[in-house]
Design a protein. Sequence first.
Length: 380
Amino acid sequence: MDFDLTEAQTAMRDGLRAFLRRECPIDYVRDCDETERFPTELYAKLAAQGWLGLPIAEEYGGSGGSCADLAVFLEEFAGHFEAAANIYYTTVVIAADAISHFGTEAQKRDLLPRLARGEIRFAFSLSEPNSGSDAASLRTRAVLDGDHWVVNGQKMFCSCAQGADYILLMVRTDTAVPKHDGITMLLLDPKTPGVEIRKLKKLGLKPMDLNEIFLTDVRVPAGDVIGAVHGGWHNVLKTLDYERCCLSAVNVGAAQSCLDKALAYTKEREQFGQKISQFQLTRAKLADMEMEIDASRLLLYRSATLVDRGIPNNKQSAIANLASSETYMRAAVNGMRLMGGWGYLMEFDMQRHYRDAKLAEIGGGTSEILRIVISREMLR
Ligand SMILES: Cc1cc2nc3c(=O)[nH]c(=O)nc-3n(C[C@H](O)[C@H](O)[C@H](O)COP(=O)(O)OP(=O)(O)OC[C@H]3O[C@@H](n4cnc5c(N)ncnc54)[C@H](O)[C@@H]3O)c2cc1C
């Protein structure tokens, strides 16, 4: 397995790094966090650079990048502005992937080029108040009435629903079959009468809205289904490994950012007449962070390589996701420790990582669920 980046990947990473330094200065990141606002300007600039089309096939207006290309991009992006990388992930990873794999030719021609140009954004709504880890027990019901689905129910924890042009809505369309076999993905226009979206207040990732969605007699055209009717759950499973791999890239990039900041701080801060980087206990923390991030990065690129080669990687992508998410959380905690009281101040960036990191251990499967996935594969 070759772990070197290709020339094209190195050029993309360096180009993105220069772009972010120029177009997304740290004051912009802080402002979006403090004011909880969507990075509209940055999103438009990413579109202008063609980066929203990175994983989309060329015939649909993208550049046909591999999973490894996307991992390189997300790692760099998240190191600079993690919330924006998560926003990107919702539309460019989850939605683009679902449409590319399961959409009809007409849906691909209609949606993917507009997505790549930044004209439309998406949200993905699976979770409900009573179904999180056990997502397949969702209850939101869609019943066919003539040439429309009529949807009733409530969705919880939907990232980016406010401001989305479409929501990929997972609904129950058959109650007479086992729970995994009666779920369908609808393409919902959130402006449809009967859709009410409310904002949820949360700990971190402030620029990315988190919403609950109330659906009352919402009429969705019968053709606005992504993939087979009743086949929604099985389709979600098919793309889950790729999505976990991409989440791992976000985690690795953000964890590296914690380490870079902590390292710089310990080389500046003096106590007891010397730089705190001279203390062995400080060095042990830095070494642990370096080791864990390095290991997570290797797991990430192993997972991306397997995805790109079409080799089953359910266990490997879950391992990458679990290792990188817990590594990120520990890097943020250690970063806070190394900065003492200064890390606790809002004017330093470590507190943002500390708040943002927690989602890494929840989204894409909680740490417990990822351990279940890994051990299930081990015990097969
Ligand atoms: C900021 C944020 C953004 C999100 N964005 C989205 C989104 O865009 N779309 C979407 O659909 N969802 C989204 N989610 C929801 C997320 O996927 C769920 O929160 C997650 O799947 C966990 O579900 P839950 O919160 O209901 O916890 P629960 O499933 O109720 O879990 C509670 C605890 O029980 C544990 N647990 C559950 N089952 C088991 C088991 N079998 N064995 C051992 N322990 C178990 C869990 O690990 C956890 O510790 C988001 C959540 C957050 C916080």
